[in-house]
Design a binder for this molecule. Structure first.
Ligand code: HEM
Length: 483
């Protein structure tokens, strides 16, 4: 029987819980005030992240913070993601100090991995401390210019197939570039990271591509779990939390396992990242000081694929969109490509791509205006005068102007004002590869086609609020004219 005193007890517990939660949140929200750090007033329940991942993408949220802080002429400010306090430096020298000079205080980024329940999540992007450092040393040789040169012919071969695919498909309807670039880059990375012909240019629904897209397009429930995992990593690890959708994780695990076993059984070697990883694997598959276990190499091959195709395809699609809008830039780029390629009877070489100065300016201007990774995060891992950091990339004027990256402007700018690949010891390990695959593809497309905006594209471009990377929500449709 539910007595009056039992009822009063229940009400009392509920009231006490509400008061405790309220007191906790109030205390958390005074975090920056207590430390004399200027801050943006938070509100319940999102802190300063209202609309994040529902109506606003991370980069749109950050631009709002940035504008508010800049208007107050702040060098740094505190914000709250839910109830988590985040320190945001705006001063470029302070950014340099945190990312490079004082890196030992900030070796980790906010991330989650779970070796047991989700072994593919234990990759170099999310690992922390000494485990990250050991891997970074081992993996850095994967992306030297010597290795890039070995992979270059694969990129060119797939870029030529891309030109043929664009030619065929744009005869039927305008080209949707987000999907087209995604297929090109899936094939490049699949080939260079796993040594596998993914064939997504021929078949857009190949399993490799579908399962890859699934990893970055999480359901609302998966987003919620990922959020809990990053916020409460210890508890979520114990509860078996995971951030990689199971069906995609199983697919990539099996692909890497089958390919590795096939190569070991048949003595097959290839010039790709997987080969370099296999070479680092201990003969017995056990961990040693200088060797990697199968689980470790699988996680690294997986992150190369995921980190490599999504970011580069955002860069490639936005570059084509801006070229379609800015015909003068498109013509100037085509002149450069033709001039360089004509010297080599139309053949494209590794040195040619590196030498195309205007192509480099166009790519950098696209990275400035649409940074594929809008948040650079570091966790304070050793006492420092500030407790943590999130860095905002500068997205200022809307005009697409590659001359911002001519030598004069580039040299006159603070080195830390433009960070599309991050900086310091944790800078993007695939920087060279990411740039190379997009530049080869862009040069060959611009040589063969003229691009114009098709009215089917909804302008201004809307970003996907549910994607932590900068991602286009709908398509970018371009008319393609053969040259
Ligand atoms: C346009 C293409 C790309 C962009 C804009 C990009 C951007 C970034 C950024 C901003 C970071 C964080 C750096 C920091 O915290 O300071 C990062 C890290 C990383 N990127 Fe990239 N990336 C691209 C392509 C690639 C490619 C092609 C690969 C691999 C094949 C790759 C693999 C990685 C890895 C493994 C990390 C983690 C490095 C570490 O923590 O040690 N990225 N990338």
């Amino acid at each position: 029987m539910f007595t009056a005193s039992a009822f009063l007890n229940v009400v009392g517990v509920i009231l006490a819980t509400i008061i405790l939660v309220y007191a906790f949140i109030k205390k958390r929200f005074s975090y920056w005030k207590d430390r004399d750090v200027p801050y943006i007033q938070p509100a319940l329940p999102h802190g300063n992240a209202e609309g994040l991942l529902s109506t606003k993408s991370p980069s749109e949220c950050l631009v709002e913070f940035y504008n508010t802080m800049k208007a107050r002429e702040l060098k740094y400010a505190g914000v709250f993601f839910m109830t988590t306090p985040i320190f945001v430096p705006l001063d470029l020298d302070l950014i340099k100090q945190i990312m490079q000079t004082d890196f030992v205080h900030f070796t980790d980024r906010r991330s989650f991995y779970n070796d047991k329940a989700d072994p593919l999540s234990a990759h170099i992007f999310s690992l922390t401390g000494q485990r990250w450092r050991n891997l970074r040393v081992k993996l850095t040789p994967t992306f030297t210019s010597g290795k890039m040169k070995l992979m270059f012919p694969i990129i060119v071969k797939i870029a030529e197939e891309f030109v043929r695919t664009v030619d065929e498909e744009s005869r039927v309807e305008p080209l949707e570039v987000k999907d087209a670039c995604g297929r090109f880059l899936t094939d490049v990375i699949g080939n260079c990271a796993f040594g596998i012909e993914c064939n997504s240019l021929k078949d857009p629904n190949t399993e490799f591509r579908v399962k890859g897209k699934r990893v970055v397009n999480l359901t609302n429930f998966e987003m919620f779990i990922a959020f809990l995992s990053i916020t409460f990593p210890t508890v979520m690890k114990r509860l078996g939390g995971r951030v990689t959708p199971k069906e995609s994780a199983d697919f990539y695990w099996n692909v890497i396992k089958d390919t590795t076993e096939y190569r070991q059984r048949n003595g097959v070697r290839r010039n790709d990242a997987l080969q370099l990883l296999i070479d680092m694997m201990h003969k017995n598959g056990e961990d040693g000081d200088n060797t990697l276990s199968f689980s470790e190499i699988a996680a690294q091959a997986f992150v190369f694929f995921i980190a490599g195709f999504e970011t580069s395809s955002t860069l490639f699609s936005f570059a084509l969109m801006e070229l379609a809008v800015n015909e003068d830039v498109q013509d100037r780029l085509r002149n450069e490509v033709n001039e360089v390629l004509n010297r080599n009877n139309g053949e494209i070489t590794y040195e040619d791509v590196l030498g195309m100065r205007y192509l480099d300016m166009v790519v950098n201007e696209t990275l400035r205006k649409y940074p594929p990774v809008p948040i650079l995060s570091r966790v304070c891992t050793k006492d420092y005068k500030v407790p943590g950091t999130d860095i905002i990339l500068k997205v200022d004027e809307e005009k697409f102007d590659p001359t911002r990256f001519n030598d004069e402007n580039k040299n006159g700018r603070h080195q830390f004002a433009f960070l599309p690949f991050g900086e310091g010891p944790r800078i993007c390990i695939g920087l060279r590869f990411g740039l190379m695959q997009v530049k080869v593809g862009l040069a060959l497309l611009i040589k063969n086609f003229k691009f114009k905006m098709n009215p089917r594209t909804v302008l201004p471009i809307k970003l996907d609020p549910k994607n932590v990377l900068t991602e286009i929500l709908e398509g970018i449709w371009l008319d393609v004219e053969r040259i």
